[in-house]
Write a new protein. Structure first.
Length: 95
C-alpha cells in the first residue's frame, strides 16, 4: 500500500494527519458495527449512555463522528457494550 519509507525520512504533517484520521475512522466503524449488532439485541443509546455515565446527547455526538474521540472514550464505549478492541500492527509495506 505504501511505498518503502526510509527510517531517516521525516514524515510530513499531512501524512500524519491522514493516518490519524484513517485510524480514527477504522475504530469508529468497529464501534458502530458492534453497537448495531447490540441494538438488534435490544441495547439502546439511552441505555449505553446510562452505563457509561454520559448524557444521551453526548453519546449521540460521539457515535456520529470520531473527531473528538480519545482512548478513554473508545474504552468507555466498548466497556459499555461489554467488549474490547483487538489491536494489531502491520508493516506499511505489507499488501
Amino acid at each position: 500500500m505504501e511505498a518503502s519509507m526510509s527510517s531517516k525520512q521525516k514524515i510530513s504533517r499531512g501524512k500524519q494527519s491522514y493516518y490519524r484520521a484513517r485510524l480514527g475512522n477504522r475504530i469508529h466503524e468497529i464501534v458502530l458495527d458492534h453497537f448495531a449488532k447490540l441494538q438488534k439485541q435490544g441495547l439502546t443509546q439511552d441505555e449505553l449512555a446510562r452505563r457509561i455515565g454520559c448524557e444521551p446527547a453526548q453519546l449521540s455526538r460521539w457515535l456520529g463522528s470520531p473527531g473528538s474521540w480519545t482512548i478513554d472514550i473508545v474504552s468507555d464505549l466498548l466497556l459499555g457494550m461489554g467488549c474490547e478492541l483487538e489491536v494489531s500492527a502491520r508493516s506499511l509495506q505489507d499488501p
